[in-house]
Design a protein around this ligand. Structure first.
Ligand code: EPU
Length: 351
């Protein structure tokens, strides 16, 4: 086991924030995790699991032992009457997996193309885009308990998926009776492999305005999965900054949900507000619109800024610190709250 000291984390977080790990160990296979846990020096120290670093804001050096997940592998592991079951190592790049599944004849992940990050991080925040969420294609995952070293498997229900949410984002709540929320796994588990159920009877998921526009422009009305993949890549490249060029962590806030009454009240004051009715009667508001309406698009605080083409994305203009990003985020939260009475909740994990 190679234990690296004082490691620069800038290349390992998509915001490109400068910070260091006091101790970093690379996990290329399950046995590496067991080795760290059995180590007399490292075993009992707090741990921090790092995937592709696409959903974190580093506000300083990381003192817990960084376990950098690099477990690889992509393969068909089984099938059911309805689905192909594909398994991928947690350290695989997410977009590479999407591309691989399409090139090997297993469509279903095309709407999730070009999302930065790794396979292991995808269930943590239940990544979603253009009408598909990870949970729609999820079969099960393997993980290792970071306290006991025991391997375990979770199905979708046990992952307690929600909008940009799962059991891996919640701390455990001792004393609570039972149920997924009581079993919070934040900082308690390292995901090693994820399995996806990709439908044999594939159907396109269209219906998003940006995709409809592509259909009209191209005059292709029955796109195949590869065509949708290409459109999604085009749409994302036009709207979202490439982390290789401008540091960012995708959408910085979740789209808030309000009751139908609250929404009706806001519409009276703000008739142009972008909103979507949800099946359960509540209404989702476009956080990007709220931030844009407060005049934030293109603005900066120090070296942290609001992306010119999508106000929901905060960017690192040049050497921003995590502190600058969070100061900007709080200023945005305050102005959205003052104007709309809505509290925006950050999506990335602040470290
Ligand atoms: N809008 C504005 N101004 C802006 C940004 C957006 O008016 O500066 C309006 C747009 O005109 C549009 C609406 O807000 O009517 C929604 O914008 P968009 O279609 O870009 O989607 P979003 O709600 O901002 C969500 C996800 C994205 C995902 C897209 C497409 C969240 C937090 N974000 O963004 O996910 O790619 O939908 O499905 O749910 C991510 O999580 O990192 C991410 C990029």
């Amino acid at each position: 086991m190679l234990v690296e000291k004082n490691v620069a984390l800038q290349p390992y977080n998509t915001f490109g924030i400068v910070a260091r790990a006091h101790t970093l160990v690379r996990m290329a296979q399950e046995a590496d995790v067991q080795a760290v846990l059995a180590d007399p020096l490292l075993g009992h120290q707090p741990k921090f699991v790092l995937g592709g670093g696409s959903n974190i804001v580093l506000t300083g050096d990381v003192r817990p032992v960084v376990l950098k997940v690099e477990i690889k592998g992509k393969r068909l592991v089984g099938e059911t009457a309805k689905d192909w079951i594909i398994e991928a190592g947690a350290g695989e790049n997410w977009h590479d997996l999407v591309t691989w599944t399409l090139h090997n004849g297993y469509p279903g992940l095309e709407n999730l193309a070009l999302i930065p990050g790794t396979v292991g991080a995808s269930p943590v925040q239940n990544i979603g885009a253009y009408g598909v969420e990870l949970q729609d294609r999820f079969e099960s995952l393997d993980a290792i308990d970071l306290t006991t070293g025991q391997a375990f498997t979770l199905n979708a229900a046990q992952c307690a998926f929600g909008y940009r949410d799962s059991v891996f984002k919640h701390a455990s709540k001792p004393g609570e009776a039972s149920g997924a929320q009581a079993l919070g796994l934040a900082d308690k588990a390292l995901i090693t492999r994820v399995r996806f159920a990709l439908p044999k009877a594939w159907k396109p998921v269209l219906g998003y305005a940006d995709i409809e526009k592509k259909m009209l422009q191209s005059n292709i009305h029955r796109p195949d999965a590869l065509q949708i993949y290409e459109w999604i890549c085009d749409i994302r490249r036009a709207k979202l900054p490439d982390p290789q060029v401008i540091g960012n962590a995708g959408s910085f806030f979740k789209n808030p949900t309000v009751s139908a009454e609250q929404c009706a009240d806001i519409i009276q004051r703000e008739p142009k507000i972008v909103h979507y009715q949800l099946a359960n009667g509540t209404v989702k508001l476009a956080a990007g619109w709220l931030i844009d309406a407060c005049g934030w698009k293109g603005k900066s605080v120090g070296n942290a800024g609001v992306y010119e083409k999508q106000a929901l994305v905060l960017v690192n203009r040049n050497g921003a610190t995590g502190g600058e990003v969070m100061t900007l985020a709080r200023a945005i939260q305050t102005s959205v709250y003052e104007r709309f009475g809505i509290r925006l909740e950050p999506e990335p994990v602040v470290v």
